[in-house]
Design a protein around this ligand. Structure first.
Ligand SMILES: NC(=O)c1ccc[n+]([C@@H]2O[C@H](COP(=O)([O-])OP(=O)(O)OC[C@H]3O[C@@H](n4cnc5c(N)ncnc54)[C@H](O)[C@@H]3O)[C@@H](O)[C@H]2O)c1
Length: 257
């Protein structure tokens, strides 16, 4: 049984990544047609093939969400292809560390451009269509949008901005029947945290890296992409019809400890 209207369509950014792929699989299971986008064309094609094999209706548009013309193009493609847009899932993101001494203006603008600025302007582009369907938006923050960490000034603040963006948009869009929520994952087993921790510790310290990543959760393991996707798709669905402006940790208890 689907928790989405018949014919519903979703637009998912960062769909070639670990969590994006899991979101696409879950949407296929609920019979939601999807427009998937990512800067990684090969990864995107692989996810689309997988989703199509599951019986999902899918189109792909590779490109960069920081590009205004591209944002216009993907919204037009989604609506052109499926006739409507019910859900926008702002999932694309990057994680880059840096000490207060080392962060440059360029690296700051780069991370903000992808993590915080693009999600807002994609909402702006998609808004008329989401208002028409009384749809929903799910943003991807992080537990590190709720808590700090060393060498996290640019990442943590960009993800905190996504939480603030969600609160503000929830207030603006509730009168239009559009819900806006945000997910705050803990350490999830995709390439992202491994790349980050290996860069911080240096190579040859894999056991130490794993211990460090696992220790942060009360539930002493990494989360799976599907455990995040389950909450993303729940928030997008009619099961979450009384939820807006919620920042939901999916973090194995990290934020509670
Ligand atoms: N994995 C974790 O531990 C974790 C924890 C908290 C939050 N998150 C967030 O979840 C989201 C998904 O992360 P993931 O773990 O799947 O990482 P991932 O690196 O596997 O996926 C991120 C995807 O975003 C894409 N992307 C990056 N820049 C882009 C751009 N400019 N335009 C379009 N696509 C772009 C990448 O190509 C990649 O496929 C991110 O926003 C991330 O910050 C992840």
């Amino acid at each position: 049984m689907s928790r989405f209207e018949e014919g519903a369509s979703a637009l998912v950014t960062g769909a070639a990544g670990g969590i994006g792929r899991a979101i696409a699989r879950r949407l296929a299971a609920e019979n939601v047609a999807m427009t998937l986008t990512d800067v990684d064309p090969a990864g995107l094609a692989a996810v689309a093939t997988e989703v199509a094999e599951l019986g999902g209706k899918v189109v792909t548009e590779p490109g960069d969400v920081t590009d205004a013309g591209f944002r216009k193009q993907i919204v037009a493609r989604a609506v052109g292809e499926f006739g409507r847009l019910d859900t926008l899932i702002n999932n694309a993101g990057i994680m880059v560390g840096g000490t207060p001494e080392s962060i440059t203006e360029d690296s700051w603008d780069h991370i903000y451009g992808i993590n915080a600025r693009a999600p807002f302007f994609l909402v702006q582009e998609a808004l008329p269509h989401l208002i028409e369907t009384k749809g929903s938006i799910v943003n991807q923050s992080s537990v590190l949008g709720l808590l700090g960490m060393p060498s996290g000034a640019s990442y943590v603040s960009s993800k905190a901005a996504v939480v603030g963006l969600t609160w503000a948009l929830a207030a603006d869009l509730a009168p239009h029947g559009v819900r806006v929520n945000v997910v705050c994952p803990g350490t999830i087993d995709t390439s992202m945290p491994w790349t980050y921790v290996n860069a911080a510790l240096g190579s040859g310290r894999e056991e130490e890296a794993e211990a460090l990543l696992v220790a942060r959760q009360l539930i002493k393991r990494l989360g799976t992409p599907d455990e995040v996707a389950a909450v993303v798709v729940f928030l997008a669905s009619s099961d979450a019809s009384f939820m807006t402006g919620a920042a939901v940790p999916v973090d194995g208890g990290w934020s509670a400890s």
